[in-house]
Design a protein around this ligand. Structure first.
Ligand SMILES: *[C@@H]1O[C@H](CO)[C@@H](O)[C@H](O)[C@H]1NC(C)=O
Ligand SMILES: *[C@@H]1O[C@H](CO)[C@@H](O)[C@H](O)[C@H]1NC(C)=O
Ligand SMILES: *[C@@H]1O[C@H](CO)[C@@H](O)[C@H](O)[C@H]1NC(C)=O
Ligand SMILES: *[C@@H]1O[C@H](CO)[C@@H](O)[C@H](O)[C@H]1NC(C)=O
Ligand SMILES: *[C@@H]1O[C@H](CO)[C@@H](O)[C@H](O)[C@H]1NC(C)=O
Ligand SMILES: *[C@@H]1O[C@H](CO)[C@@H](O)[C@H](O)[C@H]1NC(C)=O
Length: 467
């Protein structure tokens, strides 16, 4: 009897408790779901609502609407799978050139600079790591450490200059007395690469008046772009670099760690420095400290560009605002293999890269630098510097010009061994300081046979492929 009573109680207990437990579980599940959806909806705060389609203003005055598309023509959904795309989409939406025509793609950004919510949040008082991204990047903990370090510090770009050269391009307030330089060489270097810098100073990076091979040439200036050493003793490094800067007047050093994924900072901070110190310089070469550049031939080429631009604007000599030339790479996709240093995970970037020029060496106009600086305030930093430059150009509507004489991936096959090979190029990547010195002498005094050899052109490339 006692046994049956106990069983009976047990059953009642079971009947009562099971629903309770189930309800409890359901409640916890709902609470979790609500919480999760709330954390995801944090990002789009302040996101302007998009109309389903765009009707041109003015068309309504007549009482008739302009023809408009039936489907929406922008993406409502945020790309939540890829961190960079999502945060960039928020900024791009705020600067949608159709909804905000005064912001145009090529137009005047400076009028907006005041409203801080428009540009990427930059913390003026120090840069603190942003640990919140750990929760928005689904696989943060399985990413390589350089990627982890990048995402928690990518909002920050206000690093002070430790070593400055305010007089490289002449004294700004006296510039009318002195001709502005034609070309500024901005070379990415690292503290230990003293030999590379010496070779460049003695050869293709000489500052002063440089004659062209055929043309009159122009004034050339040089700066090296450096940052702090991650592992070394920086007190000594800064001291010796300061000394080097005093001696040669060409060292710029910023207060951030000189890692591969921080190279984009060198571009952005250089543009800022340029806008303050070298505004009137006509062209900028930006490249690595292991390239060989034929500066005199480059000056001839740039002179031709200026003459053409002058002719095209029917005699008005305005600065060239959209000149960008290099070894242009189109339809490249991010590398998805963890073993390369260029690895970009799916959770960070989604889609193809825009056209960009290989980072070994590119040339652009000084007027374009000022526009790049403005637009870069609306483009989130990207870990690969040449791709970032491509992203900025794309937003400015500037199409980079491909020049086959920029060999950022060296000569094809073993063409380098041909007798006049180096007479056909403007630039070649990956040369040691010793090779740079040798090549400089060799290309300055070419043999009689090589003297008249022309630069590589698309034409000559095609002919080679055809044969
Ligand atoms: C950009 O806008 C600012 C402020 O409205 C104005 O002073 C400046 O002249 C404009 N620049 C150009 C190139 O239109
Ligand atoms: C931004 O604009 C406000 C008024 O509109 C002005 O008081 C403030 O000084 C401006 N800030 C900057 C940095 O120009
Ligand atoms: C530039 O020239 C002005 C006037 O001669 C002078 O006062 C100023 O100190 C100079 N600046 C630099 C950085 O040399
Ligand atoms: C940092 O310093 C160490 C030792 O001082 C040196 O071996 C290394 O090459 C340096 N790295 C960079 C990027 O400057
Ligand atoms: C870039 O430099 C900053 C400042 O030194 C540092 O906090 C950050 O971790 C660096 N980023 C990478 C990817 O190394
Ligand atoms: C100038 O015009 C010519 C022909 O119209 C064109 O081939 C050339 O690319 C133009 N140059 C520039 C710098 O716009």
């Amino acid at each position: 009897m006692a046994c049956c009573l106990w069983r009976y109680r047990c059953r009642i207990l079971l009947c009562l408790c099971t629903p309770c437990i189930l309800f409890g579980c359901l409640f916890i599940y709902l609470a979790l779901a609500v919480c999760l959806s709330m954390t995801y909806s944090i990002a789009p705060v302040g996101l302007p609502l998009l109309p389903p389609y765009f009707v041109a203003p003015g068309a309504t005055n007549s009482g008739l609407l302009a023809p408009y598309p039936i489907n929406s023509f922008w993406k409502y959904e945020l790309n939540k799978e890829a961190h960079w795309n999502m945060i960039q989409q928020l900024i791009d939406r705020q600067h949608n050139p159709i909804l905000q025509p005064r912001m145009g793609t090529s137009g005047n950004f400076s009028s907006l600079d005041n409203s801080s919510s428009d540009s990427i949040q930059q913390q003026k008082v120090g840069c603190f790591p942003n640990y919140e991204v750990i929760w928005t990047l689904s696989d943060y903990f399985s990413l390589p450490s350089q990627m982890q370090r990048f995402v928690i510090s990518m909002h920050c770009r206000d690093y002070p200059l430790l070593i400055d050269q305010p007089r490289v391009c002449g004294n700004a307030s006296q510039q009318h007395q002195m001709e502005a330089p034609m070309l500024l060489l901005a070379i990415k270097s690292q503290a230990p690469n003293f030999e590379n810098r010496q070779a460049i100073r003695k050869t293709w990076g000489r500052s002063g008046l440089v004659k062209g091979k055929v043309g009159k040439g122009g004034q050339v200036r040089r700066v090296f772009l450096l940052a702090k050493n991650h592992s070394g003793h920086n007190l000594d490094t800064v001291k010796s670099l300061k000394e080097e800067g005093r001696k040669y007047g060409d060292i710029l050093m910023w207060d951030f760690f000189d890692t591969f994924f921080n190279l984009t900072l060198k571009d952005v901070l250089f543009w800022d420095w340029f806008s303050k110190n070298c505004q009137d310089t006509r062209f900028v070469f930006k490249g690595d400290d292991d390239v060989f550049l034929r500066t005199p031939v480059l000056l001839d080429y740039l002179q031709k560009v200026e003459v053409e631009a002058h002719a095209n604007t029917s005699g008005h000599s305005r600065p060239i605002e959209d000149f960008f030339v290099g070894d242009v790479i189109t339809s490249a996709a991010p590398m998805r293999s963890q073993t390369t240093k260029y690895y970009i995970p799916d959770s960070f970037y989604n889609g193809m890269y825009p056209s960009y020029a290989g980072g070994g060496g590119v040339v652009y106009s000084g007027a374009l630098v000022l526009r790049l600086l403005e637009v870069s305030k609306r483009v989130h930093l990207f870990p690969i510097d040449d791709v970032y430059l491509g992203m900025c150009l794309q937003r400015l509507g500037v199409v980079p010009i491909h020049h086959p004489a920029f060999l950022t991936f060296d000569f094809p096959n073993d063409e380098a061994k041909k007798p006049c090979a180096y007479q056909t190029i403007l630039l070649v990547h990956k040369r040691t300081p010793k090779e740079i010195r040798k090549l400089w002498v060799k290309t300055k005094n070419p043999s009689y046979k090589c003297r008249k050899v022309a630069l590589r052109s698309d034409q000559s490339e095609k002919e080679k492929k055809g044969t």
